[in-house]
Ligand binder design. Structure first.
Ligand SMILES: NC(=O)c1ccc[n+]([C@@H]2O[C@H](COP(=O)([O-])OP(=O)(O)OC[C@H]3O[C@@H](n4cnc5c(N)ncnc54)[C@H](OP(=O)(O)O)[C@@H]3O)[C@@H](O)[C@H]2O)c1
Length: 253
């Protein structure tokens, strides 16, 4: 039955950035679809609160403190899944950060934090999980990219570079790992209300964005969750290397 292919029953997912925002919504949606989830970010207390939401759904959640920009931290998150279940079926690279500054003023230390978190962290965690998925001969990798992976938006020099890199890595890894039964896709969210975008939402640009989105509103994290479940499920098995835009129509206009 077609709806059964969307289920994630007993799949094991590792979701970075799961303490809030899009990562939290995706992790909870995975549990609603039947998965158990390793929740990773730097803030263990917040992860434990998300884990409680998942436990209440009857699924297992394992919170793991991890700074994704530190390669040495990745082992802990992967071990949390392998020690308990012996496999990782789904990886979501959601952890990300941003600084909004005109290009002419952009600081080197901000550049390094953003690139190390968004791009280097994504690649090296994916490399580690990918080795496991290659051994399993199956896996679903979902990168959280951005509209800036595709188009220009102001004051986002490092963020744009990182998300453009994620789009390129998504296509490259899709090609390289298809033979191992691994699909690699990315979601490009439009403007979604989260702590990351609160300052923009509260600025004059917030109302402009709302007026510019054809669907007429900012997104909420749950607007991204359905696409994530689809890309994690068997329903997307013939799909790889794609950037899926979920933006209320912004890019169509
Ligand atoms: N909101 C939007 O409109 C939008 C649009 C396009 C793309 N995105 C992307 O979606 C993803 C999630 O964004 P969001 O809006 O949900 O932002 P958010 O609410 O600020 O959440 C960011 C998440 O990333 C984690 N994180 C940040 N730095 C980390 C690090 N060094 N190590 C581990 N975890 C780290 C944070 O956890 P801790 O603080 O607990 O570590 C948090 O869970 C990001 O990749 C972002 O670029 C968002």
């Amino acid at each position: 039955m077609i709806l059964d292919t969307f289920k994630l029953t007993d799949r094991v997912a590792l979701v970075t950035g799961a303490s809030q925002g899009l990562g939290e919504a995706i992790a909870v949606a995975f549990a609603e679809a039947g998965a158990d989830v390793v929740l990773a970010s730097r803030n263990l207390a917040k992860l434990e609160a998300v884990a409680s939401r998942i436990t209440a759904l009857g699924r297992t959640a394992v919170p793991v403190q991890m700074d994704v920009s530190l390669r040495a931290d990745h082992d802990r998150a992967v071990a949390a899944a392998l020690d308990r279940w012996g496999r990782i079926d789904i990886l979501v690279n959601d952890a990300g950060t941003n600084v909004r500054v005109p290009a002419e003023d952009f600081r080197e230390d901000d550049w390094d934090v953003i690139l190390n978190t968004n791009l280097k962290g994504t690649f090296f965690l994916t490399q580690l999980v990918g080795r496991q998925m290659i051994a399993q001969r199956r896996g679903k990798i979902i990168n959280i990219a951005s509209l800036t992976s595709i188009t220009g938006l102001p004051n986002l020099a490092a963020y744009t570079a990182s998300k453009g890199g994620i789009a390129s890595l998504t296509r490259m890894l899709a090609i390289e790992w298809a033979k191992h039964g691994i699909t690699v896709n990315a979601i490009c969210p439009g403007y979604i209300k989260t702590p990351l975008t609160q300052a923009v939402l509260d600025s004059p640009r917030g109302a402009y964005i709302e007026s510019r989105v054809p669907i007429g509103r900012w997104g909420v994290p749950d607007d991204i969750a359905g696409t994530a479940v689809f890309l994690a499920s068997g329903a997307s098995d013939f799909m790889t290397g794609q950037l899926v835009v979920v933006d209320g129509g912004w890019m169509a206009g």
